[in-house]
Design a protein around this ligand. Structure first.
Ligand code: TXA
Ligand code: MG
Length: 318
């Protein structure tokens, strides 16, 4: 199994040798390696069992370092960077040639972000290369928001997990690209409302698709627990299954007729930020309970509720 610890120098040593290491961020844990080394990037894809058409995000700790692998940084992108970095925002920017093709799956743009986690910022500060890091989960499963989640699923394949505690935001970064206008490629930890306010215009949101993904990595069946997830028809589930066999993911309330222990209530007080923070651990908990099916309630369709609903819908997609 992987060693779990808080030693950034140990992480640096392993990363410099070309190994991959799990790192904490404010969104989810990442499976990190030297973004400028194609062999290391290949290892990341192998450990995650991820198809090569799904590109990676490159993490850095300063705008100055980002200039080394990004050709152009449009004014609107800079505005967003100034407002939200370090933070749960990823920008798609034209890459320089030192970024291996595999990182971007051959695309012209590279996905870049400065994550907001003190340990990982310290680690990035002492490294002389940026870190490519997808979420540290096997491809298609729920993203990890604690070191123990990474250990349970990838622990035999990596030497070290840098333990930064539980992720504060709990859902992945918002991915933003710049074409005619501003396009959101993935809903995430920064709301559409906040992006629109920052850029001063409406933004477009890219839709998901199962067969021919409009954007790589937008496959609907992402984030799936092993158990079937239903968004509607609780009554018919109650006719088909015993109450003990039904798990519930809800925003604030407990459903009468279903045992309290089968519930994950994301935020009793109705905070969408708290719900986001608890979402993936909640799905994991339900997946591990002795229930046969999961009924999931959608959040209000605003602010972080949209990003949470995106994950819940994808967890339910067959
Ligand atoms: O919060 C996060 O973003 C976390 C932490 C670890 O930083 N990372 C993360 O990585 O969620 P991953 O690999 O699980 O998701 C990255 C997404 C993928 O869906 C990928 O398709 C998209 O970013 N992406 C990366 N490069 C892209 C590009 N050049 N164009 C369009 N989409 C891109
Ligand atoms: Mg992921």
């Amino acid at each position: 199994m992987a060693t779990i610890g808080k030693d950034i120098y140990e992480a640096k040593k392993l990363l410099t040798e070309g190994q991959v290491v799990a790192i904490p961020t404010e969104t989810v844990y990442g499976l990190a390696g030297n973004a400028l080394n194609e062999k290391v990037v290949t290892t990341i894809f192998e450990v995650k069992n991820r198809p090569a058409f799904d590109p990676l995000i490159v993490h850095s700790n300063s705008l100055e370092k980002i200039q080394h692998f990004v050709r152009d940084f449009p004014e609107t992108a800079q505005k967003l960077a100034r407002q939200f970095w370090p933070g749960p925002l990823t920008l798609l920017l034209p890459r320089k040639d030192n970024i291996p093709d595999l990182v971007t799956s051959g695309l012209e743009n590279v996905a870049v972000r400065i994550p907001n986690h003190p340990l990982t910022l310290q680690l990035l500060d002492i490294l002389d290369f940026p870190l490519a890091a997808p979420s540290a989960n096997p491809f298609g499963y729920i993203s990890p928001t604690a070191a123990a989640h990474v250990q349970a699923q990838l622990g035999t394949q990596i030497p070290y997990i840098l333990d930064g505690g539980t992720c504060n935001v709990g859902i992945e970064s918002t991915i933003v690209g710049f074409e005619e206008g501003v396009i959101i490629y993935r809903l995430g930890g920064i709301s559409i409302e906040a992006i629109e306010k920052a850029v001063g215009t409406r933004v477009e949101v890219m839709a998901h698709s199962t067969s021919n993904p409009a954007a790589p990595g937008m496959l609907k069946s992402h984030y799936a627990p092993r158990k079937p997830v239903f968004l509607q028809g609780l009554e018919s589930l109650q006719q088909q299954y015993k109450a003990e066999d039904i798990g519930i993911l809800s925003f604030q309330r407990v459903y009468p007729g279903i045992p309290a222990k089968n519930h994950v209530v994301l935020s009793e007080e109705g905070s969408l930020a708290e719900a986001a923070r608890c979402l993936f651990a909640g799905l994991r908990k339900l997946d591990a309970l002795p229930v046969k099916v999961i009924f999931a309630e959608l959040m209000p369709e605003k602010e972080l509720g949209r990003a949470i609903n995106d994950r819940i819908r994808r967890a339910a997609a067959k």
